[in-house]
Design a protein around this ligand. Structure first.
Ligand SMILES: [Zn+2]
Length: 268
């Protein structure tokens, strides 16, 4: 990561609430053509979320604790705050002296931009300001929210606008929290309705919706130079698994998340 920081643009895309099993099934079935084209080997990594809900998980990720590989470690980290005795910091780790990677990248000359989705990014009230407040520039609109059937398209359009307005030389760290997977998501499945509500099937349809538009985000982020992209979920969610519904609870459907990172090469 030390070679990447300062050279490439950076994208952190959190697919909020995306379940690992649904992501894996859809990739294997060829239903995520645009995402799978970038995943090494066409498959998601299985990881453990650093928190069981949006606020906890994103605070941890911004502090350098991305989801942990779901196998016995220690696993070296890409980013880490300087911390005596850290067993997951190695030579390649980008080590920073600020409390979070966002301000660390700003100190290294990156323009930092947040495009919010779920409520913890809505900038409406003190708590909704905390995570966007880490960034130099932040955006949130009702059309980006969980209630919008066109949330991801709207978020991607904003990202395209942000990139187009930046001077070519300016390095960019763009964070986008996609809200489409989060409940409610029934409106992404044709034939589903408010009365039948959300399920693994509507969750899957929401992921296919994201896949249909993610290519535009990747193109925008690699239009100026090479981009290092991290795409992951912040936590999963339960749809009646062992009687549980939702997240902010300890269940395998919540703590297991899909993860990937890869380079987006600039188009010629
Ligand atoms: Zn979340």
């Amino acid at each position: 990561m030390n070679e990447v920081v300062g050279r490439d643009d950076l994208l952190l895309l959190t697919l909020d609430t995306l379940r690992h099993d649904v992501a894996v099934e859809l990739a294997a079935a060829g239903r995520l053509p645009n995402l799978a084209a970038h995943l090494p080997g066409g498959v998601w990594e299985k990881r453990h979320a650093p928190g069981s809900f949006t606020y906890a998980s994103h605070q941890a990720m911004f502090a350098g604790f991305l989801p942990t590989p779901a196998s016995p470690g220690p696993h070296p980290r890409l980013f880490a705050a300087r911390f005596a005795g850290s067993e997951t910091t190695e030579d390649r780790t980008f080590v920073f002296d600020t409390p979070d990677v966002v301000s660390a990248l700003a100190a290294r000359g990156y323009h930092t931009v947040c495009i919010g989705g779920v409520g913890f990014f809505n900038k409406r009230g003190a708590l909704g300001d905390v995570l966007p407040g880490l960034f130099q520039e932040s955006h949130w609109e009702p059309e980006f929210s969980v209630a919008s059937p066109t949330s991801f398209e709207s978020q991607v359009a904003r990202a395209e606008q942000v990139v187009s307005e930046l001077p070519a030389r300016q390095r960019l760290f763009l964070f986008l929290n996609a809200s489409a997977l989060h409940q409610p998501n029934w409106f992404h499945l044709e034939g589903a309705g408010r009365d039948t509500g959300d399920s693994r099937l509507t969750h899957a349809a929401a992921l296919e919706y994201v896949d249909r538009h993610v290519g535009r985000l990747f193109s925008a982020m690699s239009a100026r130079r090479r981009c290092f992209a991290i795409v992951c979920s912040d936590h999963g969610t339960a749809y009646g698994d062992d009687g549980y519904t939702g997240h902010r609870l300890g269940h395998e459907a919540v703590w297991t998340v899909p993860y990937s990172h890869f380079f987006l090469e600039p188009s010629a």
